[in-house]
Design a protein around this ligand. Structure first.
Ligand code: 5GP
Ligand code: MN
Ligand code: MN
Length: 209
């Protein structure tokens, strides 16, 4: 199975050149302000893509998914698109978990305080996960900001990953930290396609599962 990973398109999805594949995963920040119009525009495009499986989570810009009811969200998600929100899907034997939650940063969507509050979400992640999708990175891995050169990833998430050992962790959020890090238990992918100035500079990342 060929998986294409993208993240942080912020409304620029139409400019992407996508390789062929069986599955596409978008790790959040599909919009710039999360309005209904922006979200629908993204979903129309995502739904039209030529992949058998199309999966996404929301990011801290995608307010629609935080502000609207479950019912309104369900209504706008096309039938051939899978939306994960602290939830899982099994695809051809692969267990995939997705969560939009990230450590507090200004007043954005899906913010949680580090520690107890964010752990309420990370503790929901099951043991036998093949692919973990979160919007933000774990601490110390593809999480360094260019402006102040500090690691802003989530330590609580890192600890959970060490315990649950997903085969892949796909995220974005820290645009300038795009790339792949292969560790013995888990391969980490920061799939941000835009840079910190929101310019489309990075390629989608392909994984052969
Ligand atoms: P976004 O607004 O798209 O979520 O993130 C865009 C950029 O804001 C990132 O590429 C990064 O430079 C910066 N940023 C996002 N979250 C944090 C954070 O928690 N701390 C710091 N210092 N910068 C962040
Ligand atoms: Mn972003
Ligand atoms: Mn973000």
């Amino acid at each position: 199975m060929k998986l294409i990973c993208i993240s942080d398109t912020h409304g620029k999805h139409k400019d992407l050149i996508l390789p062929k594949g069986d599955m596409i995963i978008h790790a959040g920040d599909v919009s710039s302000r999360g309005s209904e119009f922006e979200i629908k525009t993204f979903l129309n495009w995502f739904s039209s893509l030529d992949f058998k499986y199309k999966i996404f989570i929301a990011g801290n810009h995608d307010f629609y998914f935080e502000n609207k009811t479950k019912r309104s969200i369900k209504e706008i998600i096309p039938e051939n698109v899978i939306y994960l929100n602290d939830s899982s899907i099994n695809i051809e034997g692969l267990n995939i978990w997705g969560s939009p939650i990230q450590p507090e940063f200004f007043n954005w969507a899906f913010n949680r305080q580090r520690g107890e509050e964010i752990l309420l979400h990370w503790n929901l992640i099951p043991n036998n996960i093949d692919i973990l999708i979160t919007h933000g990175p774990p601490l110390g891995i593809l999480d360094r900001t260019i402006r102040d050169g500090i690691s802003v990833g989530c330590e609580d998430l890192l600890n959970i990953i060490k315990a649950k050992k997903p085969k892949y962790h796909i995220f974005g959020h820290i645009h300038e930290a795009y790339g792949i890090v292969v560790k013995p238990e888990t391969t980490f992918i920061n799939a941000s396609v835009l840079n910190e100035r929101y310019l489309l500079v990075n390629k989608p990342i392909t994984i052969n599962l």
